[in-house]
Design a protein around this ligand. Structure first.
Ligand SMILES: [Zn+2]
Ligand SMILES: [Zn+2]
Length: 128
């Protein structure tokens, strides 16, 4: 049995994929429904106003957008900070330029790592 302390209320609970005690989970579920209902009625509302109106922590709203539980794309007012540069983005973790840069950094790294095998492949005319 995996016992943990709830990060929200500090109560000990049995960990079960969600890192939160059942009480807080239930409470969060209700908050989520409240936020979603309010959002559907006010699709252009910003995350801050939404948090004020529903009394739900803005950090939770941001997390739900990151997790894809709230579709940021459908609600232009909802923006979350890019995990790398802090620029407001509608959803996910990184803004367009950061994900581009990260992708480039990635492909450079893979290119370098794979260079010998690429040469071998070219020599033997194998398919990429
Ligand atoms: Zn709790
Ligand atoms: Zn960024």
């Amino acid at each position: 049995m995996d016992l943990r302390n709830c990060p929200d209320c500090g109560k000990v609970f049995v960990y079960n994929t969600v890192n939160m005690c059942p009480d807080c989970r239930k409470e969060e579920e209700q908050e989520f429904i409240k936020v979603k209902e309010y959002l559907y009625k006010n699709p252009k509302i910003g995350a801050y106003d939404l948090s004020e109106a529903t009394e739900v922590d803005e950090g939770k709203i941001v997390r739900w957008v990151r997790e894809g539980r709230i579709q940021g794309k459908s609600f232009p007012g909802i923006v979350i900070p890019c995990d790398r540069c802090g620029k407001p983005i509608p959803e996910g973790r990184y803004c367009g330029s950061c994900s581009n840069e990260l992708a480039r950094g990635f492909s450079n790294a893979t290119k370098q790592a794979e260079e010998p095998s690429v040469n071998i492949k070219a020599k033997f005319h194998t398919q990429r």
